[in-house]
Ligand binder design. Structure first.
Ligand code: ACM
Ligand code: ZN
Length: 675
């Protein structure tokens, strides 16, 4: 009943027009909100009544309601009542009741009061709070954001600022990717070389470093770029976050992504040669001694029960030929390098479990032998979630397709360089984490997380530009278990919050200026070849089929997302693009246009040769254009139209050919438009 009433209230407010009210602008949208008549004026004097022990510690989180700067004006004291919420299933559950003379927050725990106070803070409009009843609890216990502080280093104050923003949107895990090839970022007292050397490089830009020698320099080198957090700094961050209901989850990468460690401690790699390996040697017991010593210090700084050990993308190239690795495989009866990786992860998982901690790892850790109680953080194909759960693990969902915030959020030409792909806010908000999961599987989902990898993100301002507002979409999905409204209703809400964040000094992407996808994608193009049969001299690649045989004449043009199911058709090097469009009958043709996509980062390039020829009978062709161009690598994705235009000729068959140049790679084409 309450649910129905809430829906009617919200719908009525939405129908009222674009001006949004406090109740509507809540983000994440609480489970139940009923706006009632009247308002509570934020006046003094002020009286707090706490009827529950956990409320005592929560008083401070409501102090923003107490306008101590104003002289007392209220005839009777304004009352803040903090009461228990017996029977609440989640420690973060809360209930709010705002009447003209009392605000009541009910919760079971300190974090429950915190969450209630955050909803109140969002409801404050000028000097009053609208009267309402709110009942709310999170769908997921893990609502996270990951920041990669290895590729580029971000100062501690910036992390604390993100904790504040995250907290106001009820996110509760900040996962720090503390180690990777680009730099080790945590002080380890036992291994000072990690931060004396492996935390510094000559190039400030990751891209320059990665395309250069990928070496490290001493901390004292003039102009060295890098940095690390001391253990004291990290403890202060942990404490700062804890007060705000956020757990800092540290990630120490293993067995791969560890070039920086193996450059300064090469004896932990299979070859013992610096700058040669990315993976630790799991055949060597010294590797485990080193990692256990590191993890001892990590556990002493981070009280998080969950410790992330990476586990992704280990190439394992040196393992098959390493005598120690081979001996380990034989002695332990391990099936090849994958068995050896499973052994590695299980051994680390056992060590963490013996210290009362739980292992979290990227989805490559899924293996039969993994420690019970581990959590898989899913980043690749969402289908792997079934496999992880079948193996008995809990999961945190962070599939790249929705949760990686390093892709472009708007049309690339006006955006700073990003790693590739197109992931606008509307797409992120379309994520439905529980879709396709059975009731039993849903119980194993601990939560949802947004990840910001920072290969192309060098500054705090840029990081905020990438994080917000997309992280707010994920905050709501993580709190509610699914988008709470459709995107049309979400957009004005999130726009209001984006503007609030910008006014508060957070460099959120200016959603009001969003250009969106290529305008050509918004409506079908009409041309003579619409629906025409296409014959492929070389097949399109199965990974990028778009709409299959009809993709090039279906009237739909590809947008900025090269991998969208309905967009670009991909052709890989050697297999040229060579198609014949049959118009069905002879007709006058005066123009042929084909779009090509280029994204250097994923090896998609414009063609170096492009030709159009036509035929009346499908046997004899007349070449209308055959041109060559040099293909350059651009830093950003782009789209170009190539074609022919001339005097009309009556033809039935149009052949288009395109060939890659010296850069090789893919050709991505869409819609052979004939006019
Ligand atoms: C990952 O993106 N390699 C976890
Ligand atoms: Zn080895």
């Amino acid at each position: 009943m309450k649910n129905a009433l809430y829906r009617i209230t919200v719908l009525a407010l939405v129908a009222a027009g674009p001006a949004i009210t406090a109740g509507q602008a809540l983000l994440p949208m609480p489970e139940k909100v009923v706006m009632t008549p009247g308002a509570f004026r934020l006046e003094r004097p002020w009286r707090v009544e706490a009827e529950t022990p956990s409320a005592d510690s929560a008083r401070s989180c409501c102090s923003f309601l107490e306008r101590t700067d104003a002289p007392p004006t209220a005839a009777t004291p304004r009352r803040l009542l903090l009461t228990d919420l017996p029977g609440a299933a989640s420690p973060e559950a809360y209930r709010l009741r705002v009447t003209p003379d009392t605000i009541e927050i009910s919760a079971r725990t300190y974090v429950g009061f915190l969450q209630g106070s955050r909803t109140l803070r969002q409801l404050v409009a000028a000097d009053s709070l609208p009267c309402c009843v709110v009942e709310d609890a999170p769908a997921f216990a893990w609502r996270g954001a990951m920041l990669d502080v290895s590729r580029h280093f971000f100062p501690l104050d910036f992390l604390k600022k993100q904790v504040d923003v995250m907290a106001s949107y009820k996110l509760n895990r900040l996962h720090l990717h503390l180690t990777d090839a680009a730099g080790w970022r945590m002080e380890i007292k036992r291994y000072p070389e990690l931060t004396r050397k492996a935390a510094w490089r000559a190039q400030a830009s990751w891209k320059e470093w990665w395309n250069g020698d990928r070496h490290y320099v001493d901390e004292a080198t003039p102009g060295a770029y890098g940095g690390y957090y001391t253990q004291d700094e990290l403890r202060s961050l942990v404490d700062y976050a804890r007060q705000r209901g956020i757990t800092i989850v540290p990630e120490i990468e293993m067995p791969g992504h560890s070039e920086e460690v193996l450059a300064v401690y090469p004896e932990l790699s299979c070859t013992h040669v610096p700058y040669e390996q990315a993976d630790y040697c799991p055949g060597n017991d010294s590797t485990f001694r080193f990692l256990e010593n590191v993890l001892d210090e990590v556990m002493a700084v981070f009280p998080s029960r969950d410790i992330h050990i990476g586990g992704d993308e280990a190439a394992k190239l040196s393992w098959p030929d390493c005598p120690l690795c081979r001996r380990r495989m034989v002695r332990e009866g391990l099936a090849g390098v994958n068995g050896l990786q499973a052994y590695f992860v299980r051994r680390i998982g056992d060590y963490l479990a013996a210290h009362g901690r739980r292992l979290v790892g990227w989805d490559e850790i899924i293996a039969d032998s993994l420690t019970r109680g581990a959590t898989v953080m899913l980043w690749r194909d969402t289908a792997a979630v079934h496999e992880a759960i079948r193996h008995g693990y809990d999961v945190v969902l962070a599939p790249g397709r929705f949760c990686y915030l390093d892709a472009y959020q708007d049309a690339p030409p006006a955006e700073p360089e990003a790693i590739g792909g197109f992931r606008p806010l509307a797409h992120v908000y379309g994520y439905r984490p529980l879709e396709h999961l059975s009731a039993a599987e849903r119980k194993r989902v601990r939560g949802v997380q947004g990840n910001l990898w920072t290969e192309y993100v060098a500054t705090p301002d840029h990081a905020e530009h990438m994080l917000y507002p997309r992280l707010l979409a994920l905050a709501e999905i993580a709190w509610r278990g699914a988008p709470a409204t459709d995107y049309a209703a979400f957009r004005p809400r999130v726009l209001a919050h984006t503007q609030r964040l910008r006014a508060a000094g957070v460099n959120a992407f200016d959603l009001a200026r969003e250009a969106g996808d290529r305008p050509e994608t918004l409506k079908p193009v009409r041309h003579l070849a619409l629906g025409a049969k296409v014959t492929y001299r070389y097949p399109f690649n199965e990974t990028y089929p778009a709409a299959g045989d009809s993709a090039l004449t279906d009237g739909r043009c590809g947008g900025w997302d090269y991998a969208a199911p309905s967009a670009w058709q991909g052709f890989i090097s050697g297999k040229r693009f060579d198609v014949v469009v049959d118009l069905g009958r002879p007709m006058p043709v005066s123009r042929v246009v084909v779009n090509f996509y280029q994204a250097s980062g994923v090896e998609i390039f414009y063609p170096a040769r492009f030709a159009v020829s036509v035929s009346a009978d499908g046997a004899d062709y007349v070449t209308l254009t055959d041109c060559r161009q040099s293909v350059e690598k651009f830093s950003k994705p782009s789209v170009a139209s190539m074609g022919w235009k001339g005097d009309a000729r009556t033809v039935r068959y149009v052949r288009v050919q395109a060939e890659p140049g010296q850069l090789g790679g893919w050709i991505f084409a869409d819609e052979v438009q004939v006019y």
